[in-house]
Design a protein around this ligand. Structure first.
Ligand code: FAD
Ligand code: NAI
Length: 465
């Protein structure tokens, strides 16, 4: 009966999905608790994901700028720039601490109770949290994901690391071999390359950055190679042997052929992430996972069992923090009887390398499959602010439906791509045409003018090219 519920909403996991769901549920007037087994709130993203990786990306970019001498042409002369890796790690840790502590404060402010411990279902509305039985009217599974292991390769977090280990290497490796040319491999590979490591990326398929627009992937390949990355595509790792703090990585062509070995002092395994459901005892709730280990949900984030909901990385879809957050808001609104919607067609993806690589909506390949399109492209070499900053790498590509002119995809390579893509997402969310963007006044001189010009290029009428 209603009276015996401990909570209206129990959220399992305090990552960007779970903590946001918990706060919104409380805002909606529901008695809410959130179970989290980590020492701090914020999940993968705040503790060992988005935040510490961006902290190191920022700091390593500053280091490279200072140490490479590239600032000299601006009249900034720096001699003898040197690395204090300990200080860099400390500054990263401070950012993580402030942000995870911030979530604890938001929980207090919103009266969300943090149940510290591991949750396991004991029934469809009951959960065991380290020996305490908790009953809730609604349960939101937001348990996230963890690193996919590579069979036969043991992560020791010393020589062979996953993303968590790669965020806190105690010294700069001479040679870092990255297994998997996806987002993590390129972001964390960039960090250590900037700090002085030689970086070799071994990628199984024939291109880096799965899921991105083909032209973007091709251009990104050129850029990363120019930066000094060694990219071995269509190549598989068949073994990693560790001896005395060094690794020997054996690789061979993906299609089969002669093997070759790479000597490395650090190996990063970054071949993807998989959903966390182990130990959750889903069977007790009457739930099961799909072939990829994910919990399937409907439009409102409801699972197959009434009163149980799921969001974020543990469900099918892009494994991104902002998607999890938006789903957290939507599910809490749906639980409260409001209308919570996430438009999964318009979720931006950003790779925070330099330059950044960002996309939203359909790739050109996907768009062509759906129908007739028009494409407008504008290079940053034609953008006055990028030229002023001596920062002209990249382009903007706007893809519009040929018949309606509606924008169906935008792809950007630029130092500011991650910020610029927000405007594209908003335009698409509003159903904008490329003409709408072309007719919107953009401030001069800004990088954002390149988006306007790419929209103008859809009709072949960009000005600065
Ligand atoms: P998570 O953040 O994984 O949180 C789930 C939480 O649930 C965890 O804290 C876990 O301890 C807890 N939990 C699990 N099971 C239980 C249980 N049984 N009982 C109690 N607690 C439990 N995404 C971006 O959008 N931008 C980025 O820049 C970005 N950078 C990344 C960098 C790295 C190195 C990594 C690894 C990931 C990055 N991501 C990034 C992905 C992002 O971190 C995830 O998409 C996001 O954290 C998913 O949120 P979530 O709430 O679904 O799960
Ligand atoms: P990923 O899916 O982005 O890339 C993995 C890569 O490894 C793919 O290119 C794949 O072809 C390759 N691969 C798979 N098996 C392989 C093998 N045996 N040998 C060699 N290559 C192999 O996964 P990644 O980089 O581990 O990141 C996991 C997820 O975390 C991302 O998909 C993303 O959702 C999230 N993330 C997001 C970030 C962002 O938004 N900026 C940053 C970091 C992570």
């Amino acid at each position: 009966d209603e009276q015996s519920y401990d909570f209206d909403v129990l959220v399992i996991g305090a990552g960007p999905g779970g903590y946001v769901a918990a706060i919104r549920a409380a805002q909606n007037g529901l008695k809410t608790a959130c179970v989290e087994s980590r020492e701090t709130l914020g999940g993968t993203c705040l503790n060992v994901g988005c935040i510490p990786s961006k902290a190191l990306l920022h700091a390593s970019e500053l280091f490279e700028e200072a140490a490479s001498g590239e600032l000299a042409k601006f009249g900034v002369k720096l001699e003898g720039a040197s690395l204090d890796l300990g200080a860099m790690h400390n500054e990263k840790a401070t950012a993580v601490k402030e942000l995870t502590g911030g979530i604890a404060m938001l929980f207090k402010k919103n009266k969300v109770e943090w149940l510290k411990g591991r949750a396991a279902f004991t029934g469809k509305d009951t959960v065991d949290v380290d020996g305490r039985s908790v009953r809730a009217k609604n349960i939101v599974i937001a348990t996230g994901s963890s690193v996919t292991p590579l069979p036969g390769v043991t992560v020791d977090q010393q020589v062979v690391v996953d993303s968590t280990g790669a965020l806190s290497l105690p010294k700069v490796p001479e040679h870092l071999v990255v297994i998997g040319g996806g987002v993590i491999g390129l972001e964390l590979g960039s960090v250590w390359r900037r700090l002085g490591a030689k970086v070799t990326v071994v990628e199984f398929v024939d291109q880096i950055l799965p899921g991105f627009d083909a032209e973007v992937r091709k251009e990104a390949t050129k850029i990363f190679k120019k930066q000094g990355f060694e990219l071995k595509v269509s190549t598989k790792v068949t073994g990693v042997a560790v001896d005395g703090g060094r690794a020997t990585v054996t690789v061979e062509p993906a299609a089969g052929g002669a093997a070759e070995t790479l000597a490395a002092d650090a190996v990063l395994v970054s071949i993807g992430r998989r959903p966390n459901t182990e130990g959750l005892n889903l069977e007790a709730a009457g739930l099961s996972v799909n072939g990829r280990g994910q919990i399937e949900v409907g439009h409102e984030f409801e699972t197959a069992v009434d009163g149980i909901w799921a969001i974020g990385d543990v469900t099918p879809g892009l494994m991104l923090a902002h998607r999890a957050e938006d789903e957290g808001i939507a599910v809490a609104d749906n639980i409260a009887g409001l209308t919570g919607i996430v438009n999964h067609d318009i979720i931006p993806s950003v790779v925070y390398t330099h330059p950044e690589i960002a996309g939203v909506g359909l790739t050109e390949e996907q768009a062509k499959e759906k129908g007739e399109i028009k494409v407008g492209k504008f290079p940053f070499a034609g953008n006055s602010r990028a030229k002023t900053n001596r920062d002209t790498t990249g382009f903007v590509k706007v893809i519009a439906d040929a018949a309606t002119d509606r924008v169906v995809g935008v792809h950007i390579i630029s130092s500011l791509a991650g910020t610029l893509i927000a405007q594209a997402a908003q335009a698409m969310e509003f159903g904008a045409t490329s003409e709408d963007i072309a007719l919107t006044c953009h401030a001069h001189p800004t990088h954002s003018e390149a988006l306007k010009e790419a929209a103008m290029a859809v009709t072949g009428k960009a000005i600065h090219i």
